[in-house]
Design a protein around this ligand. Sequence first.
Ligand code: SF4
Length: 158
Amino acid sequence: MDKILVSACLMGAKVRYDGRDNLLEHPALQRWKAQGRLLMVCPESLGGLPTPRPPAETQSRFPILVTTREGDDVTPEFLAGAEATLKLAKQHSVCCALMKSRSPSCGNTQIYDGSFSGTLTEAPGVAADELIRNGIPVFNEHQLEELIRFVEAQTEAA
Ligand code: SF4
């Protein structure tokens, strides 16, 4: 059975910028975990950022620039985390990913716009973008039913 990459904070790892988690409790996640199908990844930790860490937002996508509110450039860490996430995804042949919405790394459809004012914009986070551009479908925690249907279809086809 194919593995599913999942944002570590959704599984209860306290790796968020503020040292907290985003625990998502759902029977499907427990089942996949028991089956050894989950590959838990925190791109920002993989990129070398500490926990806790200052919140960061994408200022520009082309070229990519991610900074903290204080203006510190954390683009290299975000890019390294995205690359490491893709490498792991390929090594484990994941079929898809479940990633935390609105995160500057893990968000799949929306991120904050760089103004640190809580304003959202339609764009993926750095690591989610890397996966999507490499053909790995990324779902967020509000699309869990969609992900379950996708995984079931993959399993039936195998
Ligand atoms: Fe969670 Fe992703 Fe942020 Fe890590 S980078 S804390 S996995 S949302």
